[in-house]
Each structure stands twice: as structure tokens, then as C-alpha cells.
Design a protein around this ligand. Structure first.
Ligand code: C2E
Ligand code: CA
Ligand code: CA
Length: 380
């Protein structure tokens, strides 16, 4: 709980009492007019700083931050009308979170936290194996990001990537992932040398965003990263989604073509969930289609899903690209995909995404003749 007050005629006059999730100084931050008030913490609290740029960016992008501020003010008035003193609020035992709209502050805090995470190396990459389904050789890995939040622990990408996309922070996050993966590439290559019989020349897939593709210097930037990191030629692949490409097709074609020229493979992620038509696919220098897991995971008994998989494999054949089926969880999923000559597979049946040390160990221990029934242990 925080008391916001000003001094008038030698007395401290309380303006408002703020609880968790409330903003102070937001109007000065918006209009940059000086206002002065003091804030005294009445109990332990965490202060999250936000700046003029963060607020203005939201206003420009039509984020309803102003409305949120008004709502926060209204809430504040409601609280002060209902409870005359701070002690009343405390005595009521109602947690201020029950009555305060947290959206605005939550967004600002999340944004600041993500910015700090990029700067302070709080992200970590996990690696999920991709298997050649004909030979059962280990073919590569997909790098998947996790966030080691200092207070909240390990956070899944689903909980922050959509927000990072919205705020534009994704561009820096993706660059971090590419840089990190390239810097680790020699370690993957070295581990593969210890298991040449069961491991092919590995590729490493990194997910990037439409915001990277739209950035004209991206190809040049990747080239510099590859050179500076000793990442073997042809080892890096980038995964893009259909929607991110279709948003800006002209620039996408340019950027992806440049990437192809420098030996970076392009995989179309979550394929089958978007437009998936040959007309636009034909214009893009794609090397791989990834069948979305929604058609695969324990769903290949369904005739419709079988048709989708067949269709995608047919597309891939026409385009002369290879295919990775995602979300293989059962031996049945695997057997069906093998019977359809799908080249690559990825899924919990083989392994969940692994931290770096485990991924390197996985490379050394992978045996392609492994009894697939034993893989089921991984799924449990
Ligand atoms: P995605 O790119 O489609 O990644 C595959 C997701 O499916 C991963 O979830 C993986 O753990 C999960 N998965 C793999 N095999 C199976 C399976 O057999 N069954 C099931 N149910 N799930 C399986 P994860 O790591 O939680 O990532 C979720 C999504 O977050 C990713 O989907 C991707 O869209 C995004 N993401 C993850 N890392 C990054 C990143 O570094 N950059 C960007 N831009 N997005 C990322
Ligand atoms: Ca992916
Ligand atoms: Ca996917």
C-alpha cells in the first residue's frame, strides 16, 4: 500500500492510496508536464518503473492505455469512496487485486521484464530432436526458448511470445535465439562426431518472427552472426509461419531468398493451419514444410487428418522440399508417417525439448535401432 501526498501549508495532504497494480505519475509520463507529489510505502511493495516511450508506443499502436488509466483512476476513486482510510482497506481484508483492473500495469511490467530478460541473459534454449524416419538417424534439433524469470521461475514461450509479438520485442528475442544457437552449433557438431553411425550432419532450427523477415538488414545480420560464431555452413535453418510471411510477401521473398543464398534453410512452420496454397509457396525459397501437430498427435486414425498429411506430402513432392511431422507421441503416429514416407519426425515419442547438456548427451547416446516401444517411456 502506498500513500501519495503533497505538502500544503505545512501539512501533508493525502491524494490517494495505491495498492498493487496501480500507477503513479502516469499523467506526467504521458504529457511530460511536471507534477510533483510524494509517495510513501505503507507496506512492503515492488515498484515497476515505466517510461514515456513505453506509454507513447501504446497510444500510437491504439493500445487502450488511456482508457486503462481512466479505469484505474475510477477504481481508485471507488476504493477511496468505499474505504475512508488505508486502515479500513486493510481491515476489510479485501485484497486490492480483487477490485483493481491490472491489465495496464501488468502489460508495462511484462514489457519491462522482457526487455531486462534480453539484456540480462535470462532466456534459455531447449532443444528437441528431429529424427529421420526412414533411417531412424538423429537429423537435427529445434531450438525452443524458455524464460528463467528471476521471480516466477521457468516460463513457457506460450506465456510470453504472443505478447512479445504484440510489442515488437520479438525481433530482439529472435536475434538472441539465432545468436545463441549459432554459438552452440560447434558443440552440437562435436558431439555428433562421437556417434557417427546413428547421427547425420545435424541441422539446428530456430523460430523467427515476421518482424525479423520484414527487417531489410536481417539477411546481412545472419550472415555476420554465422561467420563470427563458427556455425558450420548449412547447419542453421529458420522456421517461419505462413501468416508472418503472408503479411509482407514482397519483403519476405527478398529476405528469404537472401537467406537461402547464404545457405540458411527455411522451414514453413505449423503448415496446414493457414492458407497453405501452392501459388504463394511456389514463390518462396522453402526447404522444409512442418506438418502442424494438430494433425498428428494421436489423430492419425482420423481419415481427415490422414488426408491432410497426404496432401502436405503431395505439396512437398511438387515443391521438392522435405517434410517434418510435429507432435509424434505414439508408435501408431510414427508408423503411419513412416508408411507415408514422411522424411522427418519430431515429438515426445523421441524426446521432449531438452536443456543443452541433455541434448548433447542425447546426441552421444542416440541409437537409431532403438526399440520404438521403449521410446514410450519418454511420453509418460
Ligand atoms: P512450435 O514452433 O510449433 O514448437 C513446437 C512446440 O510443440 C514446442 O512447444 C514443443 O515442446 C511442442 N511439442 C513438441 N513435440 C510435441 C508432442 O509430441 N506433443 C505435444 N503436445 N507438443 C509437442 P513449446 O516449446 O512450448 O513452444 C510453443 C511455441 O512457442 C512454439 O511452437 C513456437 O511457436 C513458440 N516458440 C518457442 N520457442 C520460440 C522461439 O525461440 N522464438 C519464437 N518466435 N517462437 C518460439
Ligand atoms: Ca517451430
Ligand atoms: Ca510448429
Amino acid at each position: 500500500m502506498v500513500d501519495v501526498w503533497v505538502e500544503r501549508d505545512g501539512n501533508n495532504v493525502s491524494l490517494s492510496h495505491l495498492g498493487p497494480g496501480e500507477l503513479v505519475g502516469e499523467m506526467s509520463s504521458v504529457d511530460r508536464e511536471p507534477r510533483s507529489a510524494s509517495a510513501t510505502a505503507l507496506s512492503d511493495c515492488v515498484v515497476v518503473e515505466f517510461n514515456h516511450e513505453q506509454i507513447v508506443k501504446r497510444i500510437k499502436s491504439m493500445d487502450p492505455v488511456m482508457r486503462q488509466i481512466e479505469r484505474l483512476r475510477a477504481t481508485n476513486t471507488r476504493i477511496t469512496e468505499t474505504f475512508e482510510t488505508v486502515q479500513d482497506v486493510v481491515a476489510s481484508q479485501r485484497h486490492p487485486l480483487d477490485v483493481i483492473d491490472m491489465d495496464c500495469l501488468f502489460d508495462l511490467r511484462w514489457e519491462t521484464d522482457i526487455q531486462n530478460a534480453v539484456e540480462n541473459d535470462q532466456f534459455e534454449l531447449y532443444f528437441q530432436p528431429i529424427i529421420d524416419l526412414a533411417s531412424n538417424h538423429l537429423a537435427g534439433f529445434e531450438a525452443l526458448i524458455r524464460w528463467n524469470h528471476p521471480e516466477l521461475g521457468l516460463i513457457s514461450p506460450g506465456d510470453f511470445i504472443p505478447f512479445a509479438e504484440e510489442t515488437g520485442l520479438i525481433a530482439d528475442i529472435s536475434r538472441w535465439c539465432v545468436k545463441k544457437t549459432c554459438s552452440l552449433a560447434p558443440e552440437f557438431q562435436l558431439s555428433a562426431l562421437f556417434n557417427r553411425i546413428h547421427v547425420d550432419t545435424l541441422f539446428l532450427n530456430v523460430n523467427i518472427s515476421g518482424q525479423n523477415i520484414c527487417c531489410e538488414d536481417f539477411g546481412q545480420w545472419i550472415e555476420t552472426v554465422i561467420v563470427n560464431s563458427d556455425c558450420p555452413q548449412g547447419m542453421l535453418k529458420l522456421e517461419v509461419t505462413e501468416s508472418s510471411v503472408l503479411k509482407n510477401m514482397d519483403v519476405a521473398v527478398q529476405t528469404l531468398t537472401r537467406l537461402q543464398e547464404i545457405g540458411v534453410g527455411i522451414a514453413m512452420d505449423d503448415f496446414g493451419t493457414g492458407q497453405s496454397n501452392l501459388a504463394y509457396l511456389n514463390q518462396l525459397p522453402i526447404s522444409t514444410l512442418k506438418i502442424d501437430q494438430s494433425f498428428v498427435t494421436s489423430r492419425l486414425d482420423d481419415l481427415k487428418n490422414q488426408q491432410v498429411v497426404k496432401l502436405i506430402l503431395g505439396f512437398a513432392n511438387v515443391l521438392d522440399v522435405n517434410v517434418v511431422a510435429e507432435g509424434i507421441e505414439t508408435v501408431n503416429d510414427l508408423k503411419y508417417l513412416q508408411s507415408m514416407n514422411c522424411q522427418y519426425g519430431q515429438g515426445f515419442l523421441f524426446s521432449r525439448p531438452l536443456p543443452l547438456a541433455d541434448a548433447l548427451e542425447f546426441i552421444r547416446n542416440w541409437q537409431s535401432m532403438i526399440d520404438l516401444e521403449t521410446c514410450l517411456v519418454n511420453v509418460a
